[in-house]
Design a protein around this ligand. Structure first.
Ligand code: FMN
Length: 307
């Protein structure tokens, strides 16, 4: 069970289109203990040349300072998944590899990867065994509590553990519950008592109080935060930012985006900027401008209005 004197670790959740190198660096600089890559396609890694490989680029660390870092892969073919894991072990040297069994989007469901794979646990076991044969790094898997019934995980997780899994990340919502269902934390608590491997809690953490609540209720030593980090990387330090820090962080983040991805990367920064500006008195007008920025100067102009 949870002992209050043990340090809780906080992980940044994998978020496709959001947790690129620049944002992960911002989160580590603001106290995130553990980071996750965006989901990386096993087919993209294994079917295309490794030179200029987009999937491999997604898996890169921002620097050696990214010390506790997991690369997440997705796919339903055991051999491609094993090969992809091996490539990542050799080229990236992360803390471990993580399997995506949580993505709920229609495209993933059609292609047969993500949360829908909960429907075919024997195949997931094949994937786990194939990967374990190829790599010596720890193997993690991130999943939801079920397709519709949150009890499902109590049945399938012990099978995954038996197949050789080293860590389980539980997004405490069902596939049907998408991103806003009230988290089934009691199920995670129960699961944490059943499994021997570490269980990481994920789902619905929005505040420092939530961090305390979910760690005490579930007994999980590591908690993972997703949506609430966007526009608020200070959540890892249990403090809200003042205007000065807000402006400094926005510029730092934008400069990192430019460093890693060039001017074009700033297009993806628009979402982050709009989120940073949430809650500001002029938010509506500022956010309309935020989604049109193309250069760091455009960003600085918006920040002038904030001052
Ligand atoms: C924009 C977006 C992209 C996401 N991409 C991934 C992903 O690539 N892999 C994954 O396992 N989960 C992904 N997730 C799910 C999150 O990792 C997390 O499980 C979910 O948001 C629940 O945590 P939260 O309630 O703290 O947001 C994504 C979520 C969002 C909002």
């Amino acid at each position: 069970m949870f002992k209050s004197n043990e340090k809780i670790k906080l992980a940044l959740a994998p978020m496709a289109g959001i947790t690129d190198k620049s944002f992960r660096q911002i989160c580590v600089e603001n106290g995130a203990d553990i980071t996750w890559s965006e989901m990386v396609s096993a087919e993209g890694l294994t079917r295309q040349s490794l030179i200029d490989n987009k999937s491999l680029a997604l898996a890169e660390k921002f620097s050696l300072a990214e010390k506790d870092y997991w690369v997440q892969i997705f796919g339903d073919n055991p051999s491609s998944m094993a090969q992809a894991a091996k490539i990542i072990e050799e080229k990236i040297k992360p803390t471990g590899i993580d399997i995506n069994l949580g993505c709920p989007v229609k495209k993933a469901q059609k292609a047969g990867y993500g949360a829908i794979q909960i429907k075919n646990i024997p195949q997931v076991i094949k994937i786990i065994k194939a990967i374990k044969k190829e790599i010596s790094l720890p193997l993690s898997l991130k999943t939801r509590v079920g397709i519709e019934n949150p009890q499902e995980i109590l049945e399938f997780a012990p099978q995954l553990e038996k197949a050789g899994l080293d860590q389980l990340v539980v997004h405490a919502r069902t596939l049907k519950g998408m991103f806003h269902e009230t988290p089934h934390w009691k199920i995670v608590k129960e699961l944490n008592n059943i499994l021997k491997i570490p269980v990481i809690y994920n789902g619905g953490i929005k505040t420092t109080e939530d961090i305390k609540f979910y760690s005490q209720k579930t007994g999980c030593q590591t908690l993972m935060i997703g949506q609430a980090v966007i526009g608020n990387p200070w959540i890892f330090q249990a403090r809200r930012q003042g205007l000065h820090i807000l402006i400094k962080t926005i510029i730092r983040h934008a400069e990192l985006v430019q460093k890693y991805y060039g001017d074009h990367g700033l297009i993806t920064f628009r979402t982050h900027l709009a989120s940073y500006l949430k809650g500001h008195p002029n938010a509506k007008r500022l956010r309309r401008q935020a989604v049109q920025i193309e250069t760091i100067d455009d960003i600085k102009q918006i920040l002038e209005i904030l001052k």
